[in-house]
Structures are given as C-alpha cells and as structure tokens.
Design a protein around this ligand. Structure first.
Ligand code: HXC
Length: 279
C-alpha cells in the first residue's frame, strides 16, 4: 500500500469520534475499503450518549466527508454495547424551553440529515431515543442480532425531539410507531427487521464488515446517480407524490449529462463491466 492509500484522519482527534478515510478493511487493516469513510462514535462510558458538542462534531465531520470527492459512502458506527443510547440526559436535564430555543443546538440534527453522501448505520447494542433517530437519518441500517431499538423519551416525560415522531411512522407505519413512542418499549433486532426498520440483521460481530461491504458496493457505483437517488428518496417523505415524481424526473434527465451515464450504457451495450468515475 502506498502512502496515499493509507487511511488518514481528516480532523484532529476529538476523543469521542474516530474517523478513518478511507475505512480500513476489517479482515485486513492494512488494506482499505475504497471510497468509504468510517466514523465511529466512541463514548463508551455513557453508552455513546449524544451530548450537544458530540452532535456538533458529528455534523461537522459528516459535512466535511460529504465534500470529499474521494468518497461515495460513509459508515456510521458505535460500540459493541451501544450505537447510541440517546441524547445526553444529564445535559438535557438542565435545559429549559428558553435555552433550547436560544442555543439552537438541535440544528446539528438538520445538518446531519442534509448530508448528500449515503450513510450506512452499523448498529450494535442500544439505539435508543436520539440514537434510534440518528440511525433512521442514515439511509441504510445494518443491525447486529444484539441491537435494540426504541424511542424511550416518554419515560422521561418528553417525546422524541430529533425526528422520531416523523421518521419512525414513515419507516414502520403509524400503528407500530404510535405503540413504540407511547410506551417507550424497546424492540430487538428481529422485530426491527420484521417491521421494516432496518436493512439487514446479521450476527453481532459481522455488523461492521457487512456495513462496510454494503458501503463499498454503494461507493463503487456511479456516485452522482447514487446521490441523486438519495435526494429523490428523501423527497418521497417530504413532498406530495406529483412534486416528488417531478423531482425524480428532473434528476433523471440531469444524469444524462454525466460521464458515468454514458459509461454505464456503453458498458452494457459492449457487454463489459462499467468503470464509473463519479463524473
Ligand atoms: C446520559 C447515559 C445515557 C443517556 C446511558 N448513560 N444512557 N448518560 N444520557 N442517554 C450512562 C448511564 O448514566 C451510565 O453512566 C452509563 O451510561 C451506563 O448506563 P447504565 O444505565 O448503567 O447501563 P444499563 O443498566 O446497561 O442500561 C442501559 C440503558 C440505560 C437501558 C441503555 O442506560 C438507559 O435507559 N439509558 C437511557 C436511554 C434513554 O432514555 N434514551 C433517550 C434519551 S432522550 P454512569 O456514570 O452511571 O455509569 C433522547 C431525546 C432525543 O434521546 C431528543 C433529541 C436530542
């Protein structure tokens, strides 16, 4: 491996987020997964509870990775016990409506949701409250058989505040989402798969390899088209059908200006694999 191919860390270490660009291969850390970055939330003493500074760091990191032309996908992982056990309750306990309004710390969630590069969540252990909401912001969720999802905010006298009341019903339907949000009940990975919350459930120790493998396949695709697909899928949850269809059609037309569209179609007609360059 040359110096250029070695994983680099684009940021100063924060202590709570680890960033590898490109991601090392789990089976051979001296090799990399081309086009894929790995961001790991690393605050195990608090089960990766997301305090506001950590969320800001995460948003800033993902925005930087979103601008990195060498990348086609980002895997977001936690630890073995928790992807993230929610917002930091210690910090939230001191909040007031005025502090929440004036400090504007929830804007980090909007910044994360606005990232254009596909995000794959690699979930082991708890993904609760803000942790479940963070996983739902990601495009795909690879869950370990030890994963537990839930929106337990009701038990704290509040409701989900980072999109849970909107994204969970869109993901699993109203009746299931209402039960989960009203009671705060946790679900295991098998139930999460049954109700359509996750992309796949795999043995716990295979979560990261499988998430990186999926991310690698996404990153190997025509990146402008993949980003356009992400943007169009997001519209499916935001726009009336006619407006979403119009967005899709315009994005479809625009992709005909890309080199990768020419390459993809030429490769098919010449019966050879396509060599996409993200242009
Ligand atoms: C702060 C947390 C935390 C959290 C865990 N910890 N979750 N600290 N905020 N959300 C800390 C504990 O205080 C403890 O620290 C350490 O992590 C280990 O947790 P334990 O509770 O001892 O572990 P365990 O008994 O295994 O229970 C695991 C758990 C439980 C079931 C996940 O920790 C739990 O219920 N956590 C809270 C889950 C939750 O309610 N999440 C929603 C938060 S509100 P010490 O120092 O005591 O060892 C939310 C709103 C989002 O997310 C709104 C948008 C921002």
């Amino acid at each position: 491996m040359t110096e250029e191919e070695r994983p680099r860390d684009p940021r100063q270490p924060t202590g709570r987020l680890r960033v590898a660009v490109p991601a090392p291969r789990p089976d051979d850390p001296s090799a990399v997964v081309p086009g894929v970055a790995l961001v790991t939330i690393d605050r195990p003493e608090a089960l990766n509870a997301l305090d506001f500074d950590l969320l800001d760091e995460l948003a800033t990191t993902l925005e930087a990775l979103d601008r990195d032309e060498t990348l086609g996908c980002v895997v977001l992982a936690g630890g073995p016990r928790a992807f993230a056990a929610g917002a930091d309750i210690r910090e939230l306990a001191a909040a007031t409506p005025v502090s929440l309004e004036l400090e504007r710390r929830f804007e980090a969630w909007d910044r994360i949701a606005a990232v254009g590069v596909p995000l794959v969540a690699a979930v082991r252990g708890y993904a609760l409250g803000g942790g479940c909401e963070l996983a739902m912001i990601c495009d795909c969720i690879v869950a370990g058989d030890d994963a537990r999802f839930g929106q337990p905010e009701i038990k704290l006298g509040i409701i989900p505040g980072a999109g849970g009341t909107q994204r969970l019903p869109r993901a699993v339907g109203k009746a299931k989402a209402a039960e989960l949000i009203f009671t705060g009940r946790q679900i295991d990975a098998a139930e999460a798969e049954r109700i359509g919350l996750v992309t796949a459930v795999v043995p716990a120790e295979e979560v990261l390899p499988r998430a990186l493998e999926l991310a690698g396949r996404i990153a190997a695709g025509p990146r402008l088209a993949v980003r356009a697909a992400k943007a169009a899928i997001a519209r499916a949850f935001e726009l009336p059908l006619a407006a979403g269809l119009d967005f899709e059609r315009r994005a479809f037309y625009l992709l005909f200006a890309s080199e990768d569209r020419r390459e993809g179609m030429a490769a098919f007609l010449e019966k050879r694999p396509a060599n996409f360059r993200g242009r």
